[in-house]
Ligand binder design. Structure first.
Ligand code: APR
Ligand code: PHB
Length: 384
């Protein structure tokens, strides 16, 4: 087997990279360990920056997004028993779009040509520091194969094989709390997102559609899902959000640890890391998908210049550019996380409230938050 770019991983990063490369006339083969149904069923975040939406539209992936995506002109912060709205449109002239990551993945898989190779195993990256790298794997039918290529794109997430094939330094932070997330068949109680800072912990009200609500609660890192029967979740949400949701059947329920991670550098020879293989941001502010999109947009340009025109400048600077972009997103996501969650440390708790009150009383502070949230200075619109 031979292709120009071997893409390891069929998450949003790998699928979008293959799509962008194909539009430039570059062949890519996507290898994925999981089955198609598993990849399509994975529920993740759901806030798209305007730069992400624009890119998806430009590359022919905007039809369903424009039909069912929910455009939001603002969101609310609740704390001190009051609500403060961040008017994104007034403060920045931009809005965000609520559209589930699994919908983006579905659109990408529907558009994929050829179809990704799902269900592969024993993936190994070879000769990445030469200009003839390859990927060996066992296909879904059990046949051992070698995929020869010019470049390998490591888009296989935090637990993939690509990250460990780059001799990188990993900068990591684990937060002392986790998120319990549910997706419920019930109408959102508010037309926008609500980020609630409460003495019992953080809560987030989000949505996927007029019938589907996505909700999160800050919980202890060692909390077990068995200790959270549905009724306890709904009660706790009502207290922290200050508004009771109409309980509905749960489509999904799970606990996710909160961590931040950055690999430096993000390239080794002909192996380039993108998406969660290169970095993890804490989920507050929903930058993960937008950051993956920013990576692959730059990577597709760099690979086009390299493979079609023999120009290697952008490929050589890819890592430096995306390391800087990643730290911009880490800075925002970490600050947003620490401002909104309940810390065990009373000093930190008072700082969090002081930060929230400053945003509520200063247009300059609210504008800075709104700009970060829509991706000005943080997200996809940078490094264009
Ligand atoms: N070989 C091939 N595929 C692999 C391997 C491997 N050895 N290991 C993991 N994978 C696959 C996973 O099954 C997954 O489908 O790589 C894919 C990585 O996809 P994601 O985890 O979705 O990561 P990414 O595409 O970088 O997306 C970034 O998704 O996880 C969220 O918060 C994250 O929003 C961000 C976005
Ligand atoms: C979500 O809808 O899943 C979501 C929304 C906003 C966030 C994080 C997650 O900040």
């Amino acid at each position: 087997m031979r292709t120009q770019v071997a893409v390891v991983g069929a998450g949003p990063a790998g699928l979008l990279l293959a799509h962008l490369l194909r539009l430039e006339g570059i062949d890519a083969v996507v290898l994925e360990t999981r089955r198609r149904e598993h990849v399509l069923g994975r529920i993740r975040a759901g806030v798209l920056e305007p730069g992400t939406v624009e890119l998806l539209r430009e590359v022919g992936l905007g039809a369903r997004l424009d039909r069912v995506g929910l455009e939001h002109q603002g969101f609310s912060l609740r704390f001190d028993g009051t609500e403060h709205r961040i008017g994104l449109a007034e403060l920045t002239g931009k809005s965000i779009t609520v559209y589930g990551q699994q919908e983006v993945v579905r659109d990408l898989i529907d558009a994929a040509e050829p179809e990704p190779c799902f269900g592969v195993s024993d993936v190994a990256l070879r000769d990445v520091t030469t200009d003839r790298p390859s990927v060996t794997f066992t296909d879904a039918g059990g046949t051992r194969r070698t995929l020869h290529c010019d470049v390998i794109a490591g888009c296989d997430g935090f637990h993939g094989v690509s990250r460990s094939a780059v001799p990188a330094t990993g900068y990591e932070r684990t937060f002392p709390y986790s998120w319990l997330g549910i997706l419920a068949k019930t109408a959102p109680v508010h037309h926008e997102l609500i980020y609630a800072h409460h003495e019992r912990g953080f809560a987030l009200h989000s949505m996927r559609s007029p019938e589907l609500t996505r909700l999160y609660l800050q919980v202890e890192p060692d909390e077990r899902i068995e200790d959270w029967p549905d009724e306890r979740i709904w009660d706790e949400l009502a207290v922290r959000l200050g508004t009771a949701c109409e309980p509905g059947p749960l489509v999904e329920k799970g606990i996710t640890a909160m961590r931040a991670f950055v690999a430096e550098p993000m390239r080794h020879g002909r192996l380039f890391l993108a998406g969660d293989a290169a970095h993890i941001v804490p989920p507050t502010g929903a930058k993960g998908l937008n950051l993956a999109v920013a990576d692959v947009r730059l990577l597709s340009r760099a690979l086009t210049a390299l493979l079609l025109h023999g120009r290697e400048g952008d490929a050589l600077s890819y890592s430096d550019t995306r390391v800087r972009g990643t730290w911009r997103a880490e800075r925002f996501s970490t600050e947003m996380t620490e401002m909104l969650h309940r810390s065990a440390d009373p000093f930190e708790r008072r700082l969090s409230l002081a930060r929230l009150r400053r945003i509520a009383s200063s247009t300059a502070a609210a504008t800075a938050l709104a700009q970060d949230y829509v991706g000005i200075s943080v997200g996809v619109s940078e490094d264009a």
